[in-house]
Design a protein around this ligand. Structure first.
Ligand code: NAD
Length: 265
């Protein structure tokens, strides 16, 4: 269970992340795209918590897929974090319609960072089955994680199954669908039965499925609430009821990785 920092403005980020660390979070998910890597580094240093107790992830932005650019971007990420290593570094999007679809060159560059010990572990985000298969076929090296959109309304089952079959850990982004699932009657009734909130039940459902999650919030009460999910357990029937909320492709909120091609100016 980690803390996501997408859409946390750089002005507030160090304080908000400090609040999350105080609440107990020890895993932070940032990205160059979020423009708050520096504040992640500051918050970790200001917390007084030993760096080795904290797991930090960042992501290679879409403009840096070519090897030289990726090396520069990774060095900048470490500099912004104020560290000589990162726990996990991942390719943010596969961009199969850009760079001649050559995300394998990008993956090979991330493998260099791992070899050098500057990235403890490397992985990918938003990779579809065909993209993962290509990486594994051409390099023989599987990513440690695939970070994908995944929540009760979009359970991304084909990608999840492939990752589980191949020992690739699933990280579920937008675990509460940016709040969209919270009014759901089925989730509400399960929440009432446990004296928990719909957000807590949804996060707990992810954890019981073995997914890695990092809900985002800037509100101290919600940050504490999202951490407080280890004193109850969903029954098999409750898990199945939430599994049944999947809307398939119609439940996807974010871009489709097969066509997403945004490269920042
Ligand atoms: P999320 O599902 O975590 O939802 C966040 C929103 O839900 C917040 O704006 C907040 O207002 C609300 N919220 C949070 N806790 C709540 C609570 N207890 N009760 C009521 N409302 C609550 O969405 P997200 O931020 O999109 O995803 C989480 C993290 O995943 C991001 O911060 C980022 O680190 C990562 N992410 C990665 C990608 C990617 O392409 N790899 C894309 C999106 C997000």
């Amino acid at each position: 269970l980690g803390f996501g920092v997408y859409q946390i403005e750089p002005e507030n980020a160090a304080e908000v992340i400090g609040t999350a660390l105080e609440a107990g979070f020890r895993h932070i998910d940032t990205a160059e795209m979020y423009q708050n890597e520096q504040q992640v580094g500051e918050a970790v240093k200001n917390s007084g918590i030993n760096r080795s107790q904290i797991h930090i992830t960042s992501k290679l932005n879409n403009g840096h897929h070519e090897p030289e650019a990726a090396r520069r971007a990774f060095a900048e990420t470490l500099e912004k974090l104020g560290d000589d290593y990162i726990d996990l570094f991942i390719i943010h999007w596969p961009l199969p319609t850009k760079y001649d679809g050559d995300f394998v060159q990008t993956w090979n560059t991330l493998l260099e960072f791992k070899k050098e010990g500057r990235a403890r572990s490397v992985g990918v985000s938003n990779f579809q089955v065909s993209h993962l298969q290509k990486l594994m076929d051409e390099t023989g090296e599987k990513p440690s994680v695939n970070q994908i959109e995944l929540h009760p309304y979009f359970q991304n089952r084909e990608v999840v199954q492939f990752c589980q079959d191949n020992g690739i850990a699933i990280e579920a982004w937008s675990p509460i669908a940016q709040g969209d699932v919270l009014e759901d009657a089925a989730l509400q009734s399960i929440a009432d039965a446990h004296g928990k909130s719909a957000a807590q039940v949804t996060l707990r459902w992810h954890i019981q499925h073995g997914f890695i999650i990092f809900p985002k919030s800037s509100t101290p009460e919600r940050i504490a609430e999202n951490f407080d999910i280890f004193d109850f357990e969903l029954s098999p029937d409750e898990m199945s009821a939430i599994d049944a909320l999947d809307k398939g492709e119609a439940g996807r909120n974010g871009p489709n990785p097969d066509t997403f091609d945004m490269i920042p100016a």
